[in-house]
Design a protein around this ligand. Structure first.
Ligand code: SAM
Length: 250
């Protein structure tokens, strides 16, 4: 029996690979990891497409009750479906290693990820520095990591990708406007002069879908923009090559 970690890609039920779909056909149990990203369709549409029932798996199930998934995969082919790529950004390496410890056969089926889809902006992927995320927080004044990562990346003239927190089960998504506001708040505290209302940034929504939105402008302009449906991410470009600048303008 096998535990499959299957990437679903970024948009809808049809982004799955042929290999992924073939694996799903073999599975008795399907779990959808539903706390780190969303597709442009509801999970019911996946059930209809696969003609199988799917259990939504929040953080608690994957991180604390992983044995439920592991025990099932000892007896039956079981899949954890992951939006994007299973081993990008949020990796499910913990579950993967626990399966190996229990001698459960595992198979990872890759797919497109936000980490590569940002290439559509025209920025060169190999010029990105460390990726960081902006989490929901009670007190944004205490949050420093995303700002510190930006500082490190800027020193090396590299681009910075900010992933923005979400909670799909509660329909809660951090907007690009909020993310900029948080970075400005941290700047006003740390005063390293690395981010201001005039900093040129790139806001991205729904990459990989039929209606993505990519806007390149000053932070203060993006703060007023409505980006429509989630998910969203924010990029602060480092030093731009003229080809990157050209692509961004278009
Ligand atoms: C933790 S990452 C999940 C990574 C996923 N496994 C992957 O490979 O794409 C989720 C974050 O990436 C960003 N993101 C994911 N998909 C996106 C999309 N299609 N367009 C814009 N941002 C996206 C959002 O900031 C979201 O909160």
């Amino acid at each position: 029996m096998t535990l499959y970690l299957i990437g679903l890609g970024l948009n809808d039920e049809k982004d799955i690979t042929v290999k992924g779909l073939e694996a799903i056909k073999k599975c008795k149990y399907l779990y959808l990891e539903y706390y780190t990203s969303i597709l442009q369709i509801k999970p019911e549409k996946l059930e209809k497409f696969y003609k199988k029932k799917i259990t939504l798996a929040g953080r608690e199930l994957i991180e604390k009750r992983a044995d439920e998934i592991l025990n099932k995969s000892k007896k039956f082919d079981t899949a954890l479906l992951i939006i994007g790529d299973p081993m990008s950004a949020t990796t499910h390496i913990d579950l993967f290693l626990r399966a190996k410890e229990k001698n459960i056969k595992t198979e990872v089926i890759h797919n497109a990820s936000i980490l590569t889809a940002v290439g559509i902006t025209g920025l060169q992927l190999y010029k990105f520095g460390k990726t960081t995320s902006i989490p929901f927080a009670e007190n944004y004044w205490a949050l420093e990591t995303p700002y510190n990562v930006l500082k490190q990346n800027q020193k090396q003239k590299l681009h910075t990708l900010f992933l923005l927190d979400l909670n799909p089960l509660e329909n809660k998504f951090m907007s690009i406007n909020d993310a900029i506001d948080i970075l400005l708040k941290i700047e006003s505290k740390k005063k390293n002069k690395i981010f201001s209302k005039k900093t040129k940034v790139i806001g991205c929504a729904r990459l990989g879908s039929k209606k993505p939105l990519i806007v390149y402008d000053e932070a203060q302009k993006l703060m007023k923009k409505d980006f429509g449906k989630p998910p969203y991410c924010l990029i602060v470009p480092g030093q731009l090559h003229f080809m990157e600048e050209e692509a961004l303008k278009k």
